[in-house]
Every structure is written in C-alpha cells, then in structure tokens.
Design a protein around this ligand. Structure first.
Ligand SMILES: NC(=O)c1ccc[n+]([C@@H]2O[C@H](COP(=O)([O-])OP(=O)(O)OC[C@H]3O[C@@H](n4cnc5c(N)ncnc54)[C@H](OP(=O)(O)O)[C@@H]3O)[C@@H](O)[C@H]2O)c1
Length: 182
C-alpha cells in the first residue's frame, strides 16, 4: 500500500515562510511539531526541496528524497546518508523510490511551495495546520497558486479534496489542523 500525504503549517494569509525564504518562529508551534514529527515517524520516506528540512532528533534516521535541479536525475546526497538528490525532470518518483529501497508505506511531502504544488495531483491527504494569529505579508505561499484570489483551501477544494473536521492543536495560540482528503 502506498499513500502520499502533505504536511504544512501556514499563516492566516496562507504563507509558509517570509519573502527571504525564512520560516519565522511565530508560525512554529510545539503541538503542531508533535503532530508533524509523529507523522514523519510513521512515513516510509520524507520528500522536500533543497531548502526545506524538518529538523528534530529523529531526522537523520529517515529516508528522504531532496528535490534539486543540481543533478540530472538521481544522485547520492553527500550530506545526508539516508537521502537521495532527485530531479523529477530526469527520473520518475517510482525510480527515485526504488533506488532508495522504498517499496510501500507513506510518502510524506513537506515543502516548499513548488514541491507542495508538484504533488497536488497525487496526495491522498493534505494536513493543513494554520497559525491564525500570524500573518506574513509578501511571504512564500504553501502552493504557487495561493494569492489575493486563492486561499490554500480554495486550491485544495478545486483539486477535489474535501476537508475533515477542524482540530484545535493549541487553542490558546490559535493553531488548528484540518486534514483534506480525496
Ligand atoms: N511552514 C511550513 O510548514 C514550511 C514547510 C516547508 C518549508 N518551509 C519553509 O519554506 C522555506 C523554503 O522554501 P523554498 O521555496 O526555498 O522551498 P524548497 O522547496 O525547500 O527549496 C527550493 C529548491 O528545491 C528545489 N526544487 C523545488 N522544486 C523542484 C522541482 N520541481 N524540481 C527540481 N528541484 C526542485 C530547487 O533546488 P535547486 O536550487 O538545488 O535546484 C529549489 O531551489 C524555508 O524557510 C522552509 O523552512 C516552511
């Protein structure tokens, strides 16, 4: 069985980082981190762009695919023993997973915007956390389509996802989670 799940925390205005590509501390939240890290612990592989990494004490154990155009197709990552560098223009996801030794289980996609967008046709579930008290004007949106005329929820709904029940992860901090599924 193979599943593809996305994980993100966005600001009230749908942003994941500021205009310099830095994720501000005010959208990080401990309860969301626990949910996120537990999800990654259950995953067979973590997938992200070259500037994103989940961090945390268990990160080094996880298998990962790091998207980059610096390789033609698939190459070892000299700085992460359990990782491969992957350019989707030169090799399919199946080829990259096979080379990494991943045959089944959950593929956890963790950003950034281009990577979240690339996987939109493929997610079984997208875990959208929101820090409702934070805004990041001029920031990086979760999906490239997000902007004045489209929220992250609009993008997911247009692609045929339906929202599950809203869960308060940290009510005092205004952080909640909705899992969208197809
Ligand atoms: N709030 C959240 O939940 C969340 C989630 C994820 C990330 N973030 C934050 O967002 C920021 C990173 O954003 P970012 O836009 O720099 O994202 P990123 O996806 O981590 O890195 C972008 C790089 O990934 C590679 N890449 C992306 N799409 C590719 C594709 N289709 N094919 C080949 N390579 C591809 C390229 O690497 P090369 O330049 O090597 O070609 C590109 O420059 C960080 O601050 C991170 O902490 C926040």
């Amino acid at each position: 069985m193979r599943r593809i799940e996305g994980y993100v925390i966005v600001s009230a205005d749908g942003m994941i980082a500021d205009g310099n590509g830095e994720m501000p501390d005010f959208i990080r939240n401990a309860a969301d981190q626990r949910f996120f890290q537990a999800g990654l612990d259950r995953a067979a592989v973590v997938v992200h762009g070259r500037h994103s990494h989940e961090g945390g004490p268990r990160a080094a154990r996880r298998k990962r695919l790091i998207l980059t155009r610096q390789v033609a197709a698939i190459a070892p990552d000299p700085s992460h023993a359990n990782a491969l560098l992957w350019n989707p223009a030169g090799a399919t996801l199946e080829q990259a997973l096979e080379q990494l030794g991943v045959t089944d289980g959950t593929i956890a996609v963790i950003g950034g915007p281009e990577v979240f967008s690339l996987f939109l046709p493929l997610y079984d579930a997208f875990h959208l956390s929101r820090a409702a008290n934070a805004k990041i004007p001029g920031g990086l949106p979760v999906f490239t389509e997000v902007g004045p005329n489209a929220t992250p929820e609009d993008v997911l709904a247009r692609r045929g996802f339906r929202p599950g029940a809203r869960r308060d992860l940290d009510a005092a901090a205004g952080v909640s989670l909705v899992t969208w599924e197809r």
